[in-house]
Design a protein around this ligand. Structure first.
Ligand SMILES: Cc1cc2nc3c(=O)[nH]c(=O)nc-3n(C[C@H](O)[C@H](O)[C@H](O)COP(=O)(O)O)c2cc1C
Length: 207
């Protein structure tokens, strides 16, 4: 792999901000959207279970209906593409056939496979499995936002939404999905504010 310049990566991290309003006249190309979604698809997930589904909302009338379910935030209707990351539910209980089929993809020796199944069952018995799936959605979201920033595309993680209303508008089956995070992508309308972060030394401790 070609080495990417560290300065360029850091520039992208400075460029990415929680964009409050997008320029409605600017659309993301199909190729760039595919690239962003691909970085979500390639993201790491606990046990490799890919507990997400990416629903791309593009129709203006659907975005209009979603905006009130997201506290009327402008990003919903001004963005080019709205990625609703859905967390899969009801698939990860100990002994789940879905988990078994996902693990089988790796073609591990039976001993390793059985170990994984037991390890998963032990953990799954002690987790809120829906919340656990939502956490994985956040990882995919972070990767997509960074990937977008690297090619000059803006985004904003939207956690401010009413899950039941979002599901109603999008006709999502509550038995199968929880709304993980909503991420609008597009091009900023206004300049970004300065970055506000705690100092490095306060956040990082070396031992
Ligand atoms: C899980 C999560 C949910 C968020 N929800 C919203 C939101 O609903 N609306 C919004 O404008 N920003 C939202 N943000 C953005 C944060 O407010 C923002 O990332 C933080 O203030 C730092 O600013 P920056 O991203 O511009 O550097 C959310 C961020 C995260 C990680």
């Amino acid at each position: 792999m070609n080495q990417i310049d560290k300065e360029d990566i850091l520039k992208a991290f400075h460029f990415r901000h929680a964009c409050k309003e997008f320029d409605k006249s600017k659309k993301i190309s199909e190729e760039d959207l595919q690239y962003i979604l691909e970085t979500g698809r390639l993201s790491p997930s606990s046990f490799g279970l890919e507990q997400w589904k990416f629903l791309v909302v593009q129709k203006p009338e659907l975005k209009e209906k979603l905006q009130p379910a997201c506290f009327d935030q402008k990003q919903i209707t001004t963005c080019s593409d709205l990625v609703v990351i859905l967390a899969k539910k009801g698939l990860y209980e100990p002994g789940s056939a879905h988990v078994a089929s996902m693990f089988k993809r790796w073609n591990y020796p039976e001993e390793i496979y059985n170990m994984l199944i037991d390890f998963h069952a032990g953990l799954a018995a002690n987790y809120d499995l829906t919340q656990w799936a939502v956490e994985q959605c956040h990882i995919a979201a972070a990767n997509m936002m960074t990937a977008a920033a690297l090619i000059g595309i803006d985004s904003c993680p939207i956690g401010g939404f009413l899950p039941d209303k979002v599901k109603e508008v999008l006709d999502i089956d509550s038995e199968k999905f929880q709304v993980g995070l909503i991420v609008p992508f597009g091009y900023r309308l206004n300049p970004q504010p300065p970055k506000t972060r705690l100092p490095f030394d306060e956040l990082v401790e070396f031992r």
